[in-house]
Design a protein around this ligand. Structure first.
Ligand SMILES: C[S@@+](CC[C@H](N)C(=O)[O-])C[C@H]1O[C@@H](n2cnc3c(N)ncnc32)[C@H](O)[C@@H]1O
Length: 233
């Protein structure tokens, strides 16, 4: 991973704690509601997972965890302020989500206990991406599915130019204004710029023993969905 920006876990946790109360509204605004469609595709990828429990890692305010039908779901995050909001949204009956405070790089779950792991906009923040995928594989059953939804730097030049402009003129200033956090919405585009592209991500997963089932651009490559199967050791 490009190390031009620090991915310091304590700083990242503090940053998400700061923006937590306005995280959902900013997500919808800054992605023009594309995030809702992207998350739906991520959840659909779990259709390829065997029967069993599912982990939504870096669950944040729980939008993915709460949208997973017909499974026993754990939503885990290392930022308690985000989890508090996730828990509040759980009001409706029939939703079986357990919330857990957990660091993705040292998960407090036994090996092989999940049939699927999904992670939306989370891996980009990991201090060590390979270690994160390694830890995820530890908690997956052999044949379990990993779905990764992430923002990437678009490869197409026109999309990249529009995206840069959008970040400069909208994401950073609006994010700063609404969240009252000067750094978080400057970190966002910087973390995308320095994160590996979709193809590199797939390579990394293969190198770790996953079989990549799908790797597709979303919205012109602003985001991508990667679906992999853990082949087992
Ligand atoms: C951009 S938010 C995404 C939240 C949610 N998945 C969504 O779809 O909106 C990133 C989340 O990842 C969490 N996170 C980042 N690094 C983490 C780590 N090492 N372990 C657990 N959670 C982490 C942050 O606390 C934050 O809630």
């Amino acid at each position: 991973m490009d190390e031009r920006i620090a991915r310091d876990p304590a700083a990242i946790r503090a940053m998400f704690a700061e923006v937590a109360p306005r995280y959902d509204v900013l997500n919808r605004m800054l992605s023009l509601r594309q995030d809702v469609r992207w998350r739906r595709l991520l959840v659909a990828a779990l259709g390829q997972a065997p029967a069993g429990r599912v982990l939504d890692l870096a669950t944040g305010t729980g939008d993915v965890a709460l949208a997973i039908p017909g499974r026993v779901v754990t939503g885990a995050d290392f930022c308690l302020d985000m989890l508090v909001i996730a828990r509040r949204k759980q009001g409706r009956p029939g939703r079986r989500v357990t919330w857990a405070a957990a660091d993705a790089l040292a998960l407090p779950f036994p090996s092989g206990c999940f049939a699927g792991v999904v992670i939306a906009f989370g891996v980009r923040n990991f201090a060590d991406l390979a270690a994160g995928f390694g830890e995820i594989s530890r908690v997956l059953v052999a044949g379990g599915i990993l779905g990764v939804l992430e923002l990437h730097r678009p490869e197409r030049r026109t999309v990249a130019a529009v995206s840069r402009l959008w970040n400069r003129l909208v994401v950073t200033p609006v994010g700063r204004l609404v969240s009252h956090d000067g750094s978080a919405y400057a970190y966002l585009p910087a973390s995308v710029d320095t994160f590996p592209g979709r193809a590199r991500l797939a390579e990394l997963l293969r190198a770790q023993g996953y079989g990549v089932l799908a790797s597709r651009d979303l919205s012109g490559g602003i985001a991508a969905l990667t679906v992999a199967r853990w082949e087992g050791r």
